[in-house]
Write a protein of this length. Structure first.
Lengths: 713, 101
């Protein structure tokens, strides 16, 4: 229990209940010394004498100086307690443990800034008021009976929930609450004419502090007015809610009638619980209907007071105020402005810091046997080579008795389809996998091994639970996909997240080891030699060049291929070019047939018909090149470590060209002219590809995964 | 017992091998069964996720202004196509509402 506490009450002509209120404050136990502080703004009904009789420290201020927020700030300044409990002049503590309960609330956690308690209606309150207050305070603490610590959860789901039901967290009533001085020093009351307590509640919660509901801190407090006065009172209340918090009561003929009906229904249930049944319900429910209609009218008019003429505002106001003055209050998470948007596409990167190791479950070295493997993949389009490789590897693992699942990671939220539809697409256009497909990570259940397959997927995978090992399948040096940018930094960062890599090609594994210090194993792609069957020279069109022209992917250097072919066109006017690999229309500086994205069977037919293939990749070795090699299509590729690592640098398997238009033209022309050389190269290339099967790739990846699991962690 | 004799070394070693093989087979069986259960779980999760997806989509349609505007046309179509069936549906709706109260 803190050393000292102040009970602070602003008073103006409150003699009706003040003696009762102060008697109960003085009767509080288990709280040590209590300072009683009254700020009076011009009472003429003997309130001052009552306050002094109870030993209160009394400060008198001019009525014009009073404001709900400003005066309460003044009271905290005047108070000596480390905690200040606020009451109103008509709120009587319901027990001698009221203050102890409020203080108990602060002991729930170190960050509790404020505590509030329920209001019990006075015995003479109407059944509507009684029912409403009971319902209202049952919103917290499991029906209003438990201590409830409230904090704003800053996850996307937490913020969404907060926006839908802000009052669940922001509600504060300084009719009956206490604030910690340290919190008030950080976030004082705003000097607003009304709803200062709601605003304080919102600011405390949005600042990340906790607020507590304590059922033991009850007070007796309720208002009852004649119907017309109720309308005017509600008009004032809701006008202020609009001025301060921007709240607007939704309305519509059907909606408002439905709301009133709901409130009357709630009153009916309450009356029944009190033993009122049958025809005895009719009179009170008629009163309920009138009351809630009036309340709704006051709320609708009050929150639209800016649209009413000043004279009407004055007429409708119980205070007689004709003005409408919106308060300048700080921006809120609720406004959606000036606050961070948790749905931001790149938030998965932001959330990955500070750096930490991938979360894996400690485990003993696992014996060989069927594994469960979860693959996190980025969004794909039909024809994507990288995804073809991933799904083929999934299938290879399935054929070896392992179980797989595929989880799409789509931070841009561009995928409109369900998991079942995605699965159908994979089975129809890629590989007939058995794995279930999920459109996001929300159904994650864990697996023996989880595999990131692209730099973005590496970030969310790190903290996903239920995995014994986590790996990163690196098919490409993705840092090179971007110009110098945040994305290039993050792609590089994905290699430093602590994953062990399974790289496509020994070259990629070397890059990861040497440049990024990653523990890397490798696999080499297979080729579907059943689809891409070998064809010799017979039946080939002597002037046809097949060009992989996915020009929207810069690393494919399509413009460089076009420049080379441009040179060749000047030398050989009869040249014919077939483009494929992209559904985006491309402008070529020479006549060409664009086949777009083709299914494998059509591609295989093209590879068997053309005389030279042209496929470039600056960052890895292309699967398309393997398929051309399998089909017996002589091939020109660019010189580079990525190609040399996969095929050697002797030029025996493909024709290697320097990265210059004339060199490319020379090599294509050489293959077109020297068909004996081209045919011999094609035979060697086919033999090479035949050794690199998908079964072999599957063995390599399976072996790497089993190795990871065999290590005790 | 002569530790060097064939009978004391050979037989227990064979028995050990057999026990090892049996244990290994049981382990593989247990792992396969665990995988089967995992696949079942994935299948169930996938169905649940798809159900939630389509439900949300349907709710979205039902909340749309166009859907609400089309209500009279849909009711009229239903009445014309199947008057008794429509009455059944209305009666069922009323019963449901009463129950939910």
């Amino acid at each position: 229990v803190p050393a000292s506490v102040t009970v602070a009450i602003p008073v103006l002509n409150g003699a009706r209940y003040l003696d009762e209120v102060l008697t109960m404050v003085r009767a509080q136990r288990d709280v040590g010394e209590v300072e009683l502080l009254i700020v009076d703004s011009g009472s003429t009904d003997g309130s001052l004498e009552i306050a002094r009789k109870h030993g209160a420290v009394v400060h008198e201020i001019d009525k014009r100086e009073f404001s709900h927020g400003g005066t309460r700030n003044r009271m905290v300044e005047l108070a000596s307690g480390s905690h200040v409990a606020f009451l109103t002049q008509d709120a009587t503590p319901a027990s001698d443990r009221w203050l102890a309960s409020l203080l108990e609330g602060f002991e729930q956690a170190d960050d509790v800034a404020a505590v509030f308690g329920p209001h019990d209606p006075r015995p003479d309150a109407s059944h509507m008021i009684k029912a409403e207050m009971e319902r209202h305070f049952a919103s917290w603490g499991d029906g209003g009976v438990e201590v409830d610590v409230q904090r704003l959860e800053r996850s996307a789901a937490g913020l969404e929930e907060y926006r839908r039901f802000p009052g669940q967290l922001t509600f504060m009533s300084d009719v009956n609450c206490a604030v910690a001085r340290w919190a008030w020093e950080r976030i004082p009351y705003r000097e607003v004419p009304y709803a200062e307590d709601q605003l304080l509640g919102r600011e405390l919660i949005e600042a990340g502090l906790a607020k507590v509901y304590h059922p033991g801190a009850r007070v007796l407090h309720s208002h009852d007015y004649p119907p017309l006065a109720f309308l005017r009172r509600y008009f004032d209340e809701f006008r202020s809610l609009r001025e301060v918090l921007g709240f607007v009561q939704p309305w519509g003929p059907k909606r408002t009638l439905w709301d009133v009906r709901g409130l009357v229904g709630a009153d009916r249930r309450w009356l029944r619980a009190q033993g009122v049944h049958g025809s005895a319900l009719v009179p009170p429910l008629l009163v309920s209907g009138r009351h809630h209609s009036i309340r709704m009218a006051g709320a609708i008019l009050g929150t639209r007071a800016d649209r009413l003429p000043a004279s009407l505002r004055k007429l409708l106001s119980l205070e007689g105020r004709s003005t409408f003055v919106p308060s300048d209050v700080p921006a809120s998470v609720l406004d959606g402005a000036d606050v961070f948007d948790p749905d931001w596409n790149w938030d998965f990167v932001r959330a990955a810091y500070p750096r930490r190791e991938p979360l894996v479950e400690p485990h003993a070295a696992r014996p060989k046997g069927p594994m469960t493997v979860a693959w996190i993949v980025p969004k794909w389009s039909v024809g994507s080579g990288g995804h073809t490789t991933i799904f083929r590897l999934v299938r290879q693992l399935e054929r070896r008795g392992h179980s797989c699942s595929i989880h799409l990671f789509d931070p841009d939220r561009m995928e409109p389809r369900a998991g079942g539809q995605l699965r159908e697409e994979i089975r129809e256009h890629f590989v007939p996998v058995d794995a279930q497909v999920f459109r996001d990570l929300s159904s994650w259940t864990g697996a023996d091994v989880a595999i990131a397959t692209e730099w973005r997927t590496a970030f969310p995978l790190r903290d996903l639970p239920g995995c014994r090992a986590k790996a990163y399948l690196v098919q490409d040096d993705e840092t090179q996909f971007y110009p110098t940018s945040a994305q290039s930094i993050w792609a590089r960062e994905s290699y430093r997240l602590g994953y062990r890599a399974i790289a496509y090609t020994p070259w990629m594994a070397d890059v990861l080891r040497e440049r990024d210090g990653v523990e890397a194993r490798y696999f080499e792609c297979g080729t579907d030699t059943d689809v891409y069957t070998f064809a010799g020279e017979e039946g080939r069109d002597p002037n046809l060049v097949a060009v992989y022209a996915r020009w929207e992917t810069p690393r494919r250097a399509v413009e460089l291929a076009f420049a080379g072919l441009g040179n060749l066109f000047e030398r050989r006017p009869g040249l014919r070019v077939a483009l494929f690999g992209s559904n985006v229309e491309v402008q070529t500086p020479f006549p060409a047939t664009d086949l777009g994205v083709c299914p494998p069977a059509e591609l295989a037919a093209l590879y068997r018909r053309a005389s030279v293939g042209l496929v470039f990749s600056l960052t890895t070795h292309s699967l398309v090149a393997h398929e051309m090699m399998a089909s017996g299509l002589p091939l020109v590729e660019l010189e580079g470590a990525n190609v040399a690592s996969a095929l050697g640098d002797s030029g025996e398997l493909v024709q290697l060209a320097a990265q210059a238009p004339d060199a490319i033209a020379d090599e294509v022309e050489r293959l077109l002219d020297d068909r004996a050389h081209a045919a011999a190269m094609a035979r060697r290339a086919r033999a090479f590809v035949e050794q690199r099967t998908w079964e072999r790739a599957g063995d390599q990846v399976e072996g790497a995964l089993l190795e990871l699991l065999a290590e005790q962690r | 017992v002569n530790p060097g004799s064939e009978s004391t070394v050979g037989e227990p070693a064979a028995a050990q091998d057999e026990t090892l093989a049996r244990t290994e087979a049981a382990l593989q069986e247990a792992l396969a069964e665990r995988n089967r259960l995992w696949e079942e779980l994935q299948q169930r999760k996938a169905v649940e996720a798809d159900l939630a997806f389509w439900r949300a989509k349907a709710e979205g349609y039902e909340r749309s202004r166009w859907w609400k505007l089309g209500l009279p046309l849909r009711v009229a179509k239903r009445v014309l196509e199947d008057p008794p069936g429509t009455l059944d549906i209305i009666a069922h709706d009323l019963r449901q509402r009463r129950r939910s109260r």
